[in-house]
Ligand binder design. Sequence first.
Ligand SMILES: C=CC1=C(C)c2cc3[nH]c(cc4nc(cc5[nH]c(cc1n2)c(C)c5CCC(=O)O)C(CCC(=O)O)=C4C)c(C)c3C=C
Ligand SMILES: [Fe+2]
Length: 498
Amino acid sequence: MKTNEPQNHGGCPFNLLGQTTDSQRLDSASAQPNASRNRPGNPSRRLALRHMGGGMVAGLAGASLAGCAATAQTQASAAHAANVTNAPLSNAARPQDRVPFYGVHQAGITTARPANGMVASFAVLADTPEELERLFQRLTERAAFLTQGGEVPEQDPRLPPVDSGILGPTVEPDALTITVSLGASLFDERPWLAPHKPRHLQRMTRFHNDALDASLCHGDLNLQICANTADTAIHALRDMIKNLADQMVLRWKQEGHVPIVQPSADGSVASARNFLGFRDGSANPDAGDAAVMNQVVWVGAARNEPTWAEGGTYQAVRIIRNFVERWDRTPLREQEQIFGRTKMTGAPLDAAESTEFEVPDYTKDPEGLQTRLDSHIRLANPRTPESEENLMLRRPFNYSNGVAKNGQLDQGLLFICYQANLEKGFIEVQRRLDGEPLEEYIKPVGGGYFFTLPGVRDAGDFYGSGLMAVVRDAGHKGANNSAPHNAASMNPTSTGLV
Ligand SMILES: C=CC1=C(C)c2cc3[nH]c(cc4nc(cc5[nH]c(cc1n2)c(C)c5CCC(=O)O)C(CCC(=O)O)=C4C)c(C)c3C=C
Ligand SMILES: [Fe+2]
């Protein structure tokens, strides 16, 4: 059964079923999808193509010519593409905003980032394929309801209410997305699942500047929950915890948000600022360009991954504390040199009078006189032909956790990124960033690596259906060879709680 093969072809933003790709999702009349939050002249698209260099552009151009019947739609969509890290507009978010649930890919990756986001990581209790499938089906039912909204059913008052009630009798969708990802431990601790692990999925190991808190790392399964309001995200988490209490246990969570901005007079939208005061997301690849996303984000047929994984992506999560008091005492020029961008506009330092969307040209600055060689953006993306394969889609949130024991603010970045190849994406880029001057001001304390499942296709489908199909298939073959189908039930460590 090939339920998870992506159906997007080349640069076509519409799949063969006529669904939009998830960067165009958001169906409230009042809602502002990525598409309508465009910047003048569509700079993010120019950027995506320009910073990739010749080889990839040629490949993408070829791909976009092939296989797309809806050429006019493609062009229209590309012209309206924008960045997931645009700051949410203060007048745009509505409780009725609905991000479609069904699709080739999960929502919450290339869809516009709303004002609130959270990562909640769970230990999975399922020991058998049957139990895991039940978990995935239950997760699917709850996520489909919560993200699309509806009336809360009434219940016999002698029983606990169906819903926490924190949103009242009607659950509005509020741009809610719930994105489900699996950790390496889920596979490693279940012999019947281990052979089907995505190729690059691994447990996150420590980098040079990390001070990882074990209670904030890893997990068998995580939910990235994003919504217009924090209450909607918390409501969704509570619903999941209540309805899946016998199947998974919460281990850690980190909530975050991005600042909303007033709409500008010319209709342009800037990237939101992080807690160090810099625009964050300016150079993100164009999430509205299906061909770019196929190259950078989605696992496709050419990736030598298990077939069930196609349409999914690798997620890296990092909880990165910012030492904001120290940063606020650092001279502006030094701050700008550390990032390689001007603080107020976000423009690159070699084009300081331009905008955040201007592309730096490092070939004219080989010694790093304008943009230091060890600046954050130059290390993260040196913009050479070789570094094209290290691109990623970032979708971070700022977090504020109160006051640390030493009296300093516990603030930072809930860094989330997606890429088709974890090694070449996050891991390689983080290796390059090891030792960067920014490290004096940041401390990664948690996170993990996960594989984000392909999308749920329709009402008959469920999260992980392709994975469960291959597990069943292997079980039948095993049974024919007299091997036990459910070896995990004999494995004392298979609860995922270790
Ligand atoms: C390993 C990947 C990355 C980590 C971890 C990371 C942490 C981090 N970043 C900022 C702030 C900014 N990052 C910016 C650009 C940028 N960062 C990464 C990767 C990681 N960042 C990439 C790939 C890029 C794009 C580089 C490029 O293509 O030019 C910027 C500049 C604006 C932008 O493009 O977003 C800022 C600002 C913080 C504060 C942080 C950890 C706390
Ligand atoms: Fe960064």
